[in-house]
Design a protein around this ligand. Structure first.
Ligand code: FES
Length: 132
């Protein structure tokens, strides 16, 4: 019979999964509308299945790279992921969280944070400068 082992002490990694929701009419997308609730649950289940009791999965508010969500931040590795789907969860959990090798094709960085839904729009209120 398998015995469950409770985690004790400080986690080895934290996985912040954005589950922020905005109204549909909001110009910025929000991760929960792109499937992050299922993603959060899938990561929790997979870390549990792998016995990664030293990984803390946290539901987070907006992490800022909304244009490429669902967004995930892994600390203390300082690794950002964007556009993550449930299909990516096994690789993230095994390769990164268990084996410490980030999943390169999912990584995002500063350029993705600077994307804006207002870029190029000419219908902004007077005085509002659209981002480049
Ligand atoms: S809404 Fe998820 S990063 Fe902003």
């Amino acid at each position: 019979m398998e015995v469950a082992v409770a985690r004790v002490g400080m986690p080895r990694k934290w996985v912040f999964v954005c589950i922020n929701e905005r109204p549909p009419e909001h110009p910025r997308p929000s991760c929960i509308r792109n499937g992050s609730a299922g993603l959060f649950e899938a990561i929790r289940e997979e870390t549990g299945r792998l016995g990664l009791v030293d990984i803390k999965v946290v539901a987070s508010g907006c992490l800022e790279p909304c244009m490429v969500g669902p967004a995930i931040y892994v600390a203390p590795d300082d690794v950002w992921y964007g556009g993550v789907t449930v299909d990516d969860v096994p690789a993230i959990c095994q390769q990164h969280l268990a084996d410490d090798e980030p999943v390169e094709f999912l990584r995002i960085g500063r350029p993705e944070f600077e994307l804006s839904p207002l870029a190029g729009r000419s219908d902004l209120p007077p005085g509002m400068i659209p981002p480049a």
